[in-house]
Ligand binder design. Sequence first.
Ligand code: NAD
Length: 316
Amino acid sequence: MSIVVTGGAGFIGSHAVDALLDMGFSVKVLDNFSSGRMENLTHRSGDPRLSIVKMDLKDGSALPEALRGASAVFHFAANPEVRVSTTNPDVHFRENVVATFNLLEAMRRADVGELVFASSSSVYGEPERIPVGEDAPIRPVSVYGASKASGENLIHAYSRLYGIKAVAMRYANVAGPRLRHGVVPDLMLKLAKNPRQLEILGDGTQVRSYIYVGDAVEATVLAWRRGGSGFEAFNVGSEDWVTVNDIAKLIVESLGLEGRVEFTYKPLLHGVGWPGDVKRIALSIDKLKALGFKPRHNSVESLRLTIEALRGELGL
Ligand code: NAD
């Protein structure tokens, strides 16, 4: 059985490639290497079941041929940086909405029947209460969140019209080895430049839930293999949460800089770090738990493991 993984050279995608190869599948990676890195896959380079094709999903012309013979597509390719919405909203429209539409059209033409979509907790915007369940209103407050909600809606329609079995994984913050964007690498790289002072975007009290990438991939495979047909959305997170201040303290502690770093803050109205940033988000994962999922790591453990891995990867 052959599976296509878009964005398979990226952070979560490359861990999904590892898991799918370990499960015995053949895997074809489609990636334009905009943020993806070949080194995320080099440890698999001798495996004849892995093929890697450099391709941009914004150009749909070669996609149907690339998908021919695949049983399922895991769609991770996207621009995942929420902050990009602030200055360049068209990036999220093209990379996340147009690319997803091109993929769906190609799946229809190549007759590929199963899709796993990397959605995001950002589809909920600022939920009224946390943890938020899958039936809460979809009210994104960033163009990134809107692009993920649009992706889900397109997939829902394609599922109804053309019988594609689809699952949207609404990930919380995912962390682990190979992570290169978001708060954790940001703060670590800032401290590497200046170990005396750390600027935190926002007032530091923003609430976040972190899931370890191994847990996130396990949940994704579990949801993909569920019975039934049609479209389903699943929240993917751990069951606790931390603040951005907690993350900063964990990093400072792990780098052995306790008591030596002055924290400075750059809050916008309501204490968020940038327009479109969400002040409090955490997910109810009851639906996933009903499939038998239990995260192995909580938010703090996921962060500790990530900081340790990134220290090695970034040479800090
Ligand atoms: P990433 O940037 O590491 O991976 C994205 C991959 O997609 C990269 O390899 C990149 O080169 C590729 N790509 C981007 N645009 C492409 C295009 N037009 N054509 C082909 N390839 C393209 O990001 P990630 O953190 O691994 O995120 C993977 C997915 O999960 C994304 O869809 C993201 O929105 C979603 N997500 C991530 C998180 C998180 O915390 N990391 C949380 C929620 C949702």
